[in-house]
Ligand binder design. Structure first.
Ligand SMILES: Cc1cc2nc3c(=O)[nH]c(=O)nc-3n(C[C@H](O)[C@H](O)[C@H](O)COP(=O)(O)OP(=O)(O)OC[C@H]3O[C@@H](n4cnc5c(N)ncnc54)[C@H](O)[C@@H]3O)c2cc1C
Length: 627
């Protein structure tokens, strides 16, 4: 086995990940840990200040309910999420987050985040639930509060440690194993409770950006399915693994469209000028009741655009110049005010990108796009797994203690594995939490995890032989490379192993072509999914032949194994759900209609660590009475 130093860390609460939900867990848990004399340890694969989906910053907080000002209620938010997810959401979880999220946003402001306000001092809304922010440093501000909380409670933060496997004691999670991405060190974390918050997954599917654009994607390339892998491998029940997210964004640099649609009230059109949301309105009847209610679900909006593309009416465009002109129209009689307004709108348009997707500003500059003069191309991105946004995949977690929900078996946000909690992208069926809701859910999970430790937390019981086996497995690609690399003149061509890039290309090709990726126009079928399963089985066999020349490649190997597991859970669940419920995210051509009678339910899956078998199950949907 590669000669890595083993570092053992003992803690009470282990937080895996350093993103928005992890910062929420840390801030809340540290407070309760300090009161109870417990230790909190956070482990991130990157540097906390700029890690996760908010690394580059954001231009809006997407979940703010506005309860104190009587703007909306938590029940309103439940109705909104139910509608957007075509009826499939865990209303107990959504409600729980919605009733706590405003206080999280107020904390953000207290910690220094600039939320836009109008002349009366009221928050400037982008849409009903969204607040505009100066968000370039959003992550740094929220990370600073988490760091301070952990330091105040005497806890520890480990950065640049890539977490791979859970440590189990029967059906109980007792820690995790990972390795340093900089030094030859393997880390064994032993904990009484663990919270998985390692984000969602990208590059499971072949991206649109290949060749010179490779690495660009809407979702950040450094979240690789670690949450899904960790919870699946621990034996946790998973939910909504079929509910991927496909955003429509500015093409090739994946710039955000929210400000254009919501703030600037822009239209999206085909190359022929037809506004697909108007031209194809009748199609929405086929997806009633959701297609006929407002707001129209994100997947259906995508779908209408995709129908235009299928009909050869692409490219699709965002009518930026028209939207800017419409707003400036109000100032047309005053040339000075008109000029000033145009400048202001232009600045807002660019700032939206500079706050969160700088490469889109580069691309506009490179292609001489002036948004006030010319429209700009938009397109549906490749599929992502992001349970905190408009997707829903994640672990099946226990509901709030004080609600009469049927989904309750333990502490709030605990998975079906004892001592293992999940939040943010890692917890499923509670979409539309976004940055603020993920932080709020983190706080909920953090508090519950400390309560679990206080009431039930026993010293972690670890089998040393099992820990050694996990360590050997993690480092095996390095050993394999060393053993065989000299047998061929070109190290990348070797009958004894394959390298991470070859493995990833194969995974992405399978997912893209058979599981409804971009080149398959987001369509799949039973036969295609079964073929995907056959090919994934070969890929899984070959994952044991991965080789790595160095630590960097070792990380890439494990990232792609994790992606493969996310891909497998996805394919299995799409196969299981014999209907099309989210056209615009994926379309099952052999079951092209929604089937409310048989499939208005959650589709759950579980990989059994004891025998390596997958179990699929349906779970009833519970609506909050009267909502
Ligand atoms: C492009 C994009 C735009 C968005 N726009 C908005 C917006 O405008 N407004 C809004 O409110 N929300 C927005 N969101 C949503 C918001 O970013 C997410 O909801 C939120 O970041 C989810 O929090 P999380 O903690 O689950 O994941 P993340 O914040 O992504 O954090 C994941 C963490 O896990 C770490 N990690 C990953 N793998 C490992 C591993 N193996 N070992 C250790 N650590 C690991 C990462 O380094 C990171 O620290 C956007 C998301 C995306 C992708």
């Amino acid at each position: 086995m590669a000669n890595f130093e083993t570092v053992e860390v003992k803690t009470d609460l282990l937080i895996l990940g350093g993103g928005f939900s992890a910062c929420g867990v840390a801030t809340e848990a540290a407070y309760w840990a300090k009161k109870n004399g417990l230790k909190v340890t956070l482990v991130d694969k990157a540097a906390l200040d700029r890690s996760g989906a908010v690394a580059m910053g954001l231009s809006a907080i997407n979940q703010y309910v506005g309860i104190k000002d009587g703007e909306n209620t938590a029940e309103d938010y439940v109705r909104y999420v139910r509608q957007d997810l075509m009826g499939v959401s865990r209303e107990d979880l959504v409600y729980n987050i919605a009733r706590h999220v405003d206080s999280t946003v107020h904390l953000f402001e207290k910690w220094g985040l600039k939320i836009w306000t109008d002349e009366e001092g009221k928050y400037v809304h982008e849409g009903r639930w969204q607040l505009m922010i100066n968000g370039e440093s959003y992550k740094i501000i929220i990370a600073e509060a988490a760091k301070n909380a952990i330091a105040d409670a005497g806890g520890e933060i480990y950065e640049r440690i890539f977490i791979v496997e859970p440590l189990l004691d029967g059906n109980k999670c007792v820690g995790a194993v990972g390795f340093s991405t900089r030094e030859e060190k393997i880390y064994v974390f032993k904990a009484k409770a663990t919270v998985a918050t390692m984000g969602g997954a990208v590059h499971v599917f072949r991206p649109r950006s290949v060749g010179e654009g490779f690495g660009r994607s809407w979702y950040p390339p450094f979240n690789t399915g670690s949450s899904a892998y960790f919870t699946i491998r621990a034996g946790a029940e998973m939910t909504c693994q079929e509910v991927r997210f496909i955003p429509v964004r500015f093409k090739d640099a994946y710039g955000p469209v929210g400000a254009w649609f919501l703030l600037f009230k822009s239209r999206a059109i085909s190359a022929e000028g037809g506004e697909y949301m108007a031209v194809r309105k009748d199609e929405l009847n086929n997806w009633a009741p959701y297609g006929l209610a407002k707001p129209i679900p994100a997947n259906l909006r995508n779908y209408l655009g995709m129908l235009d593309v299928d009909a050869g009416l692409g490219p699709l465009y965002m009518e930026t110049s028209e939207a800017i002109a419409n707003i400036a129209q109000a100032y047309k009689d005053d040339p000075k005010a008109f000029k000033k307004k145009m400048k202001e709108l232009e600045a807002e348009a660019w700032e939206d990108f500079l706050d969160m997707t700088i490469s889109q500003a580069h691309l506009w500059a490179a292609q001489n796009v002036k948004p006030e003069e010319k429209h700009s191309e938009i397109a549906a991105c490749e599929p992502y797994f992001i349970g905190s946004h408009s997707g829903a995949s994640g672990a099946w977690v226990s509901g709030p203690e004080d609600m009469d929900t049927p989904y309750k078996w333990g502490y709030n946000n605990m998975t079906t594995v004892e001592g293992l909690f999940a939040a943010g992208d890692a917890s499923g069926a509670s979409s539309h939490k976004f940055s603020s809701g993920s932080h709020a859910e983190g706080r909920i999970a953090g508090k519950a995890a400390i309560k679990y430790i206080v009431e039930k937390g026993a010293e972690p019981n670890l089998d040393a032989a099992k820990v050694d086996a996990v360590k050997a497995k993690i480092l095996a690609p390095l050993d394999r490379y060393k053993e065989f690399c000299k047998l061929t003149t070109a190290p990348e061509i070797n009958p004894n192993y394959l390298l991470w890039r070859q493995f990833m290309d194969r995974l992405q090709k399978i997912m893209d072509e058979y599981a409804g990726g971009v080149t398959a126009a987001f369509k799949t079928s039973k036969s295609n999914l079964e073929r995907a399963m056959e090919l994934l089985a070969f890929l899984k066999e070959d994952s044991e032949k991965l080789a790595a020349a160095d630590i960097y490649s070792l990380e890439r190997c494990w990232e792609n194994i994790q992606r493969m597991w996310q891909g497998e859970a996805h394919v299995r669940t799409m196969l299981f759900r014999e209907e099309t419920r989210w056209p615009g995210y994926y379309f099952r051509a052999d079951t092209p209609k929604m089937d409310e009678q048989n499939w208005h339910c959650f589709a759950n899956c579980r990989w059994n660590p004891a025998n390596g078998e997958w179990e699929m199950s349906k779970k009833d949907i519970w609506n909050i009475p009267g909502v």
